[in-house]
Design a protein around this ligand. Structure first.
Ligand code: FE
Length: 342
């Protein structure tokens, strides 16, 4: 029906229902964030200061936020999802709650491996998942690759969290990409056989357990270790001081890395503002602040890393496109299950 044929009264109602051009509604962006509020709010405030765009922030647990997006569907008020792990971002994309976007003029700033090839998500910060060893019990010369942690010499010496955790799923997915499922399944059986205890707790708990003598090796993300090293809590600092970072596979494909990232939602009504916010989070100042405050590496290689991370030295990272972690996630989950990784 052409608008010219509508009776005047109906036209009036229609026009009253439409938001006026340039309304306040255009100057906002709704963010669902799995990062804790105090870790991201100051940056969002800076964004509002600079652009005048109001940021409405909802924080929650990563998996709960994804479920919420899925159940809200097209009616979701969210414009941008900020969450951790490429495996999770892939899951969001696969469940249809994200959309492809292009960042204007950003192609040079971030390596291709840190973004979805179709533009559904973009990395904001980088973390690695190295081997942490108790310095009194393990010599770095004894360590080499993730694969070698299945060797009998590590019997009852390894602490790692459960297989339902996305970080471990992504690590195993990266190994499948390198070695193939068959080899990794055999590895996983040996690796699980070397656990010092049934998996429990988060990454920090593995570090604490190693410091307490439960195991000699802990697998954990770098920012947890950095947070413990720089903790205000003396017990955490003391525990962290007993361990050192070993970068696995430096003669091969490199250490497994992952990202936190952002995805514009399928339902976004403030799409352009969401893209502006991603661009803002990738600018020099944000990259530095965001990485420092979270104890992470900037996703842009031209931004300096914080002194704690710098102290661990440079490392070669596995340059697998992180999208593959999501694609291989179901294989990784099944394989870990078959290997008896609780
Ligand atoms: Fe984490």
């Amino acid at each position: 029906m052409r608008i010219g044929h509508l009776p005047l009264g109906l036209l009036l109602i229609v026009s009253l229902c439409l938001p006026p051009l340039g309304s306040a509604a255009e100057e906002e962006v709704n963010v669902y964030s799995a990062r804790k509020e105090n870790l991201i709010k100051p940056l969002l405030d800076r964004f509002t200061e600079e652009t005048g765009i109001q940021v409405n922030l909802v924080t929650g647990k990563a998996d709960a936020l994804l479920k919420r997006l899925q159940s809200e569907g097209k009616n979701s008020p969210a414009d941008l999802l900020i969450t951790t792990d490429a495996g999770r971002l892939h899951r969001a994309k696969a469940s249809g709650v994200t959309q492809a976007t292009r960042l204007p003029g950003d192609d040079e700033r971030m390596a291709g491996m840190f973004r979805d090839p179709e533009g559904h998500w973009y990395g904001l910060s980088l973390r690695a998942r190295p081997i942490l060893y108790v310095r009194d019990k393990v010599a770095p010369a004894e360590l080499s690759t993730y694969e070698a942690l299945a060797d009998p010499q590590w019997k009852k010496r390894i602490c790692i969290r459960s297989s339902d955790n996305i970080y471990n799923q992504s690590l195993v997915a990266s190994m499948i990409a390198a070695d193939g499922s068959e080899k990794v399944e055999a590895w996983a059986k040996g690796f699980v056989g070397n656990f010092a205890r049934p998996p429990r707790g988060g990454d920090r708990d593995q570090i604490k357990a190693a410091a307490a003598g439960v195991c000699d090796i802990a697998i954990a993300n770098t920012y947890y270790f950095a947070a413990m090293i720089d903790s205000k809590d003396q017990a955490q600092r003391a525990a962290a001081a007993k361990l050192r970072v070993f970068w696995p596979d430096q003669a091969g494909r490199g250490t497994h890395v992952n990202i936190s990232g952002a995805a514009v939602t399928h339902s976004a009504r403030n799409r352009d503002n969401a893209i502006r916010l991603i661009m803002f989070l990738l600018n020099d100042e944000s990259q530095q602040w965001y990485a420092d405050i979270n104890g992470e590496y900037p996703v842009r290689p031209d931004i300096p890393v914080n002194p704690t991370l710098e102290g661990w030295g440079n490392f070669r990272m596995d340059t697998l496109n992180l999208d593959r972690l999501g694609e291989l996630n179901p294989d990784a989950v099944r394989l870990m299950d078959r290997a008896g990784w609780k």
